[in-house]
Design a protein around this ligand. Sequence first.
Ligand code: CAO
Length: 486
Amino acid sequence: MAKRKVAAAKPKKIAKRIVKTVRPMTNRPAQMKADPKVTAPYNGGWPELPPPSTAPWGQAGKALDGVRILDFTHVQSGPTCTQLLGYMGADCIKVERPGVGDITRGQLRDVKGADSLYFTMLNGNKRSITIDSKHPKGKEILERLIKHCDVLVENFAPGALDRMGLTWEYIHKTNPRMIVASVKGFGPGPYEDCKVYENVAQCAGGAASTTGFREGPPLVTGAQIGDSGTGLHLAFGIVSALYQRMRTGRGQRVLCAMQDGVLNLARVKLRDQQRLAHGPLTEYSQHGEGIPFGKAVPRAGNDSGGGQPGWILKCKGWETDPDAYTYFITQAPVWGAICDLIGKPEWKSDPDYATPPARLPRLRHIFDTIEEWTKTMTKFEVMEICNKHDIPVGPILSMKEVAEEPSLRATGTVVEVDHPTRGRYLTVGNPVKMSDSITEVRRSPLLGEHTEDILTEELGYSAEEFAAIKSSGAITPSEKKETEAA
Ligand code: CAO
């Protein structure tokens, strides 16, 4: 970015200029509105955007190139966030405890002596440095890292970062530009001090009470909406804070509570909670079955969450294959096509079936009838036939099928990476595709793999200083820790 000559300008003028450059887009003066005679592209009111790059698409660097993340995350929620930032080009420096590392390195191990898939699939595109954050020399290194990085991301238990001496006040004083982003289980309130794992968040965020079948207990989902979902929210918060920093020049705290993240993903159920005050939820199959609603949104089995009724139906082979099912949506505009396909053309004009409200009390019978048809075909045949008629259906894909799906490999959503100790493994690449920021998925780092590089080449420690740090115990495991980790 070109340097602006402000030295000679009077303070009032500078103030005016700043106001002009940060003016919100909604409050733009008339002369800033698009002028057909002006050929330079509109810059959104932001100062000094460079001219549009002429580099070929995908060769102008990555979206977050130059952003340095001090990655203090562990287990799942935090690592999901920083891995996504790494996919976007940020440099993630993962700080781990000497000799121990992120606890997931050793959890659910499938290959003896190698980092687990739990770890490798959540920590790609990162570098690893080992630092004992409670060691005096470790604290000194962390101070240099705080000055060196743009964002600190952490998901320790409440209070743990403060106990390391890394309070917001200290960090902000040391590097006022640093963004400090945290995942916690709960936001401020009665539960703020609680440690939280995935399923606790699914329960506290309202997802579990609305998942499962009415007659059964609450259910948690396999998708990690508490951990990975919150990591995704946090990544959004960090990128927004980086953008705001371009105007304010200062960092800020970003907090994502897992309860809040889950609730955000379950917001349609809070919608239904409020609708309940005005009468029964007519699109829930429970209504069609004549079962009255209670005070809270019930579990709705496989009902669709929107206004178009849907259900999971058996397909050919369901007797032996647990995943031989399809999701089937009886979207109103294609009702006629559905009737023709399943051999019930008379339903098109029958007043009991012809309109969506008439169908609501008969959904169970309707889906049973459609299922007689889907059972004659594989889930993929159902998809092929229905797609021709714009009928929304979706095969229930097993993880085996997902892993082997060629189109997911082709788009980089499922990626195979090589690892020095475990060999090749599959991971999920960047689910967000960008035309000018192409993701290259790199393997997860070995514990402390980049400690020496980061300390000497980036933080400026000399070879002698590095040797002294090494012998101080700040970056190497104590004998006790090594025994624990073994
Ligand atoms: N050097 C020295 N000490 C370190 C260290 C390092 N590099 N890295 C971590 N530690 C220490 C911490 O300082 C902390 O010590 P104190 O408790 O003495 O202050 C200790 O390691 C353990 O941290 P923790 O309490 O965060 O870890 P835990 O395994 O007991 O709890 C979890 C795990 C996930 C329940 C908790 O971190 C948490 O609630 N996090 C917030 C919510 C969250 O992210 N949950 C999702 C997890 S994924 O399912």
